[in-house]
Write a protein that binds this ligand. Structure first.
Ligand code: ATP
Ligand code: MG
Length: 291
């Protein structure tokens, strides 16, 4: 829904695992704002955008109802709340899994043995959906938190909870049986806001900036010098967005090569380039890439 003041509203988690990365993402898009935890509203000074800080559980519904046009929240919450929102972009942070586990000492080895057992969770709908599709008739015990304690309290035989590494389960004396959902933070949008011309235009401008920042993440701009005669070899080694830029140097027989390389390929490519005759290799971070 178009805010009465003509500004877009985006909902972020007020204080939690997604907060820091969500703010960093918006700042990497050139947006300037002060994010103060106690404040519900943080206006952006250089873009018609207001930031709403909320509990993550409330974000999908607020975006669905048009209280905010956009939101950043985990896919796990979007799925669980079954909110009618559009996922506009996967954001590559806040990675986690929804996992069914049992106490270490349990005799249960796989999820099919959970028939007629009790499973404690804060994700009753997602778990219910999984159990139905796997045709497992189990009892879902809905809790509002501290799910990992349920087996020790004899409230449940198994738990279904979010983890990001396996360490937390081990610390809690649990053994993983099966992952039922992989999740990461996503940008969600209100379907009406996506249709109304004014909000649609602002959302698209913001989305282009966000995806530019995501594409640039993990990429580096590389500049190097090389003898003209090693160019054919170098071109085979060096990755690029389209193709590398090659410019002649003032020195006869030498060229400069500019390109974009993924962080993960960086060292491997560097070593090959050096062997092929490259020198004076300079690597700099990239702020954004607009395709
Ligand atoms: P709020 O007070 O906003 O309701 P919360 O305690 O429910 O916060 P957090 O623990 O901050 O939520 O987690 C927010 C989101 O971070 C999760 O919904 C999930 O998408 C993601 N996440 C990433 N790693 C983990 C993890 N190890 N455990 C739980 N959530 C994780
Ligand atoms: Mg929450």
């Amino acid at each position: 829904m178009l805010a009465t003041n003509g500004r877009l509203k985006i909902a972020l988690q007020k204080g939690g695992r997604l907060t820091e990365d969500s703010i960093a993402l918006l700042r990497s898009c050139g947006l300037e704002f002060e994010f103060q935890k106690p404040a519900l509203f943080s206006p952006c000074s250089n873009f018609p955008l207001d930031i709403l800080s909320l509990r993550d559980d409330d974000i999908p519904e607020y975006v669905q109802d048009g209280v905010a046009d956009l939101g950043i929240v985990g896919e796990n919450i979007v799925q669980e709340k079954r909110a009618r929102v559009k996922v506009a972009e996967k954001l590559g942070f806040g990675g986690c899994r929804l996992v069914v586990s049992v106490p270490q000492r349990s005799t249960i080895r796989n999820v099919s043995q959970l028939r007629r057992k009790r499973i404690a969770t804060t994700y009753p709908r997602t778990l219910g959906h999984f159990l139905r599709s796997a045709q497992i008739k189990a009892e879902v015990i809905e809790l509002s938190g501290a799910v990992e304690l349920a087996p020790s309290l004899n409230v449940a035989d198994s738990v279904c909870d979010i983890i990001s590494t396996g360490t937390t389960s081990k610390v809690n004396g649990l053994r993983e049986l099966q992952t039922i959902l992989y999740s990461q933070a996503v940008l969600i949008a209100n379907p009406k806001s996506l249709r109304q011309p004014r909000t649609q235009e602002l959302i698209e401008r913001l989305r282009i900036r966000i995806s530019g920042s995501l594409v640039a993440r993990g990429k580096r701009y590389v500049m190097l010098n090389a003898p003209m005669k090693s160019l054919t070899k170098l071109k085979k080694i060096i990755p690029a967005l389209k193709s590398p830029t090659i410019v002649p140097l003032a020195e006869e027989g030498m060229v400069a090569v500019h390109s974009v390389i993924g962080e993960n390929q960086f060292w491997g490519v560097m070593e090959k380039l050096k062997k092929a005759g490259a020198s004076d290799i300079i690597v700099v971070p990239i702020e954004t890439i607009i395709k």
